[in-house]
Design a protein around this ligand. Sequence first.
Ligand SMILES: [Zn+2]
Length: 485
Amino acid sequence: MVNEVAVGRLLARPGRAAPLADAVLSFAGDRIAAVAPAAGQGRGKSLIALPALVNAHDHGRGLHHLAFGARDQAFELWRAALYAHPPIDPYLNAALAFGRLAQAGVGSVMHVHSSIDIKRLPADAEAVCRAARDVGIRLAFVVPLRDQQTLGYGSDDALLAAHPEADQPMIRSTWLNTFPSPGDYVALVREIAARVEGPLISVQYGPNSPQACSDALLAAIGEASAADGRRVTTHLLETSIQRQWADATYPDQGFLPHLDRLGLISQRFTGAHGVWLTAADIALLAERGAQIAVNTSSNLRLRSGIAPVAQYLKAGMRFSFGIDSFSVDDDDDAFRELRLGHWLHSPHHAERRLDPVGLFDGWLGNGYFAVNNEEGYGALAPDAPADLVLLDFDAMAHDVIDGMAEDMDVLLTRATTRHVRDVFVAGRQIVRDGRVLGVDLPAIEQEVLSQARATGARMRDLKPVLERSQATLSSFYQAGGHIRR
Ligand SMILES: [Zn+2]
């Protein structure tokens, strides 16, 4: 087992301190034991090391959306295409996603599970967490909870009735299951936690979105989280349609204050997206120590907008970054996602610009807190978690004239998955020379694709159904069905 790593450049505190030249890191168990200067030589000389990135919002989809017909479009319509998601083995699907993320330099992942079939959840959770253990990443398994508004932001009965009659039985049987009581949901989360939690794996309460949960369920989640300390992750005000729904539903007291009164908003809370938060919402989240996981490329691809990160910075609200299974090029490239956020959230005219300190606080410390519920991550220093990514700096800087570019600028301008050489998590090497060590990723990808293709006929049968459903939903929202009271 490797317990020493030599590199030509060490970004021990990315954004906060210049890289050190020629250093050796040694590990003791899952922690860094020492960082010492040492003349680099051989392979390590070309490498730059920094703490492994954290993907603070994802859905672990090994099979990409486009593969099964879920093309990019407005989120509320896109969702209907999930009807066609093929029944792939959950272990293989998750291992493919986690393996790609590991190759991209990610050490910790927030996995928001998407199944709505309650009976399958404990077995799914075990399979997904086994995939995380085999790949070697840290994982938060977010248990999906919901008990209303499954088809859209309105009554399920009315929305179902708006669909063509012939399609209703399939839609009902796919999505309109009977929901457990809030108490049973909390017990289910704790049962799953008892089965899967371990040194690198934890479980979180996952109200899918506040609009998909009754007040009773949200209050039970807030109470349970306060009692057992488990974190809460939800989707929050991702789209303009959700904002309209929230304003129409809580015209007096406001949506975020309502969630706050239910006990949901605390420092254990992560809301994904937050594109449509108001200044007052952001102030409330900041006051509670809650955070938002920003999903830049997902918000672009689903036409949701751009998160108001300048306002987050102004209010001192914590935020992290996630990929949401929607990376720019559908390749789970975390460094490219980092670069996109770096550009989009630091325009010259912004009241507050995202600088490398804030950028890496998001991708490291805040994300790690969201996923692993532990503060202080983000430095390569004695006693810090031995989670690091090594990139081929010489390849990124192949044409740079000596002394003419800062190392940070090279990294921010050019780093991609193909530059990632080695990744360590908790002292264990999980990627070497760009290859995942714990699973056979190419074989898993082949198997996922062959399982998906084997159900191609079913998917093609469903395609017209989901397109009709998307047309129904489009008419519903265009007619203001979600804001009618
Ligand atoms: Zn999501």
